[in-house]
Design a protein around this ligand. Structure first.
Ligand code: S3P
Length: 437
């Protein structure tokens, strides 16, 4: 397991080998939640056993669902059908996970129960009105702090009305919260997306037997009160986690790394597209479909990177990959321009601010505005300590930067890495990195 406390990433030689990324975090949350409202026993394989997903498992148990770990990554959920959750006796602690909190608020909004959700200092500072506002339209009530943040109490409705909701921001979490509320609602729930986001919820709803239509103009329609039936779920490797070893191979000369069994959902592959445009040598092999999701093995062989402009239209498909892209850009020739990044300010930390400050501290030329980041590449100096700010991806991004920098990079606390990538340090060191804890 990746530990707690300080870590140091020393400059290292070429990285080589094959690794398997941990289970996809987005798919893992959805598997536990949907299995809980399907009828019967669902077996889940490849579940991410990171802290975020364990928070979802604990919450489902507190809501009356039997959830059992049967082996490494293998879990069994005894679902009670749509509308089958029961009132929890205590506050639900969602830890660091925005996805867990927002999707669960969606499910709970149309159950006749009252529940209070909280989380760590990072999650308690993240916006929740983006879900409580549309969920109120179903008839649920929300009581919480000024600003609508956690801790937040949802009083679910026993008489929900279906909703048509046009998302003001492209957010798979908000889309999913509305769709999950639509499950225990008669009639048709409709969500309209301004631009496409990951569709794991839609795919998994269909996998369990719901009728979900995705139309070309961004309209998603769910027929309410479906009979969801337990089905085995195989969770693919997380492309957001895979992006760290792949990016490490992209910046350390002579490297060649394969990550096997990675989910290739079209709403998640923006980083691969961007690295290819920068000149990275990436091949995808053994493409297949597992449990309704496209999967493949990704190999990246080192080559020189050149700066690119990343269009705002690509942001949703790589929303979690900007910290590691900014690191790759710090090694590319020229200035990489990224725009349309306002959402990065409300992730586990203000990722735009964290990357700009951290890269500047490492000696990289960087410019930041409200929603843009410009990074001029070279060979970063490193030689500093970076604060991880309760943000796993900030911690991992700067550990990767240390691998290719002139001097080591320290991280004040790598505990947050366990939310999405337990075992990150061991896996990177097996590929040839020199990270000490
Ligand atoms: C997620 C969606 C994204 C992403 C998050 C996981 C999901 O958030 O940043 O890590 O599982 O739906 P938004 O959809 O709010 O941008």
């Amino acid at each position: 397991m990746t530990g707690t406390g300080r870590a140091v990433s020393h400059p290292c030689g070429a990285l080589h080998g094959e690794a398997r990324a941990p289970g996809d975090k987005s798919v893992s949350h959805r598997a536990l939640m949907l299995a809980g409202v399907a009828v019967g026993e669902t077996r889940i394989d490849g579940l991410l056993e990171g802290e975020d997903v364990l928070a979802t498992a604990a919450a489902m148990r507190a809501l009356g669902i039997e959830v059992e770990r049967t082996g490494p990554g293998s879990w069994q959920v005894n679902g009670r059908g749509v509308g089958g959750l029961t009132e929890p006796e205590d506050v639900l602690d969602m830890g660091n996970s925005g996805t867990a909190a927002r999707l669960l608020l969606g499910l709970l909004a149309t159950h006749r129960l009252t529940a209070t959700l909280t989380g760590d200092a990072s999650l308690r500072s993240r916006p929740m009105r983006r879900v409580s506002e549309p969920l109120s339209r179903f008839g649920a009530a929300f009581h919480g702090r000024a600003g609508g943040m956690l801790p937040l109490t949802v009083v679910g409705t026993g008489f929900p009305v279906p909703v048509r909701y046009e998302l003001p921001v492209a957010s798979a979490q908000v889309k999913s919260a509305v769709l999950l509320a639509g499950l225990n609602t008669p009639g048709e729930t409709v969500v309209v997306e301004p631009s496409p986001t990951r569709d794991h919820t839609e795919r998994m709803l269909r996998h369990f037997g719901a009728s979900v239509q995705q139309e070309e103009d961004g309209v998603v329609r769910l027929t309410g009160e479906p009979e969801l039936v337990a089905r085995p779920v195989s969770v693919p490797g997380d492309i957001s986690s895979a992006s760290f070893p792949l990016a490490a191979a992209a910046i350390v000369p002579g490297s060649r790394v394969t990550v096997a069994g990675v989910g290739l959902n079209p709403g998640r592959i923006g980083l691969i597209e961007t690295l290819r445009e920068m000149g990275a040598d990436i091949s995808v092999t053994d493409e297949r479909v597992e449990g309704g999701e496209p999967v493949g093995d990704i190999t990246l062989a080192w080559s020189r990177l050149a700066a690119v402009d990343v269009p705002p239209s690509r942001v949703p498909s790589m929303i979690d990959e900007f910290p590691i892209l900014a690191v790759a850009a710090a090694f590319a020739e020229g200035t990489t321009r990224m725009s349309g990044l306002a959402e990065l300010r409300v992730k586990e930390s203000d990722r735009l601010g964290a990357m700009a400050a951290g890269l500047a501290a490492c000696g990289v030329e960087v410019r930041e505005s409200a929603d843009t980041l410009e990074v001029t590449g070279g060979q970063p100096r490193g030689g500093v300590e970076i604060a991880s700010r309760l943000d796993h991806r900030i911690a991992m991004a700067f550990l990767v930067l240390g691998m290719g920098a002139r001097e080591a990079v320290r991280i004040d606390d790598i505990a947050p890495v366990a939310t999405s990538f337990p075992g990150f340090v061991g896996l990177m060191n097996e590929l040839g990195a020199a990270v000490e804890m």
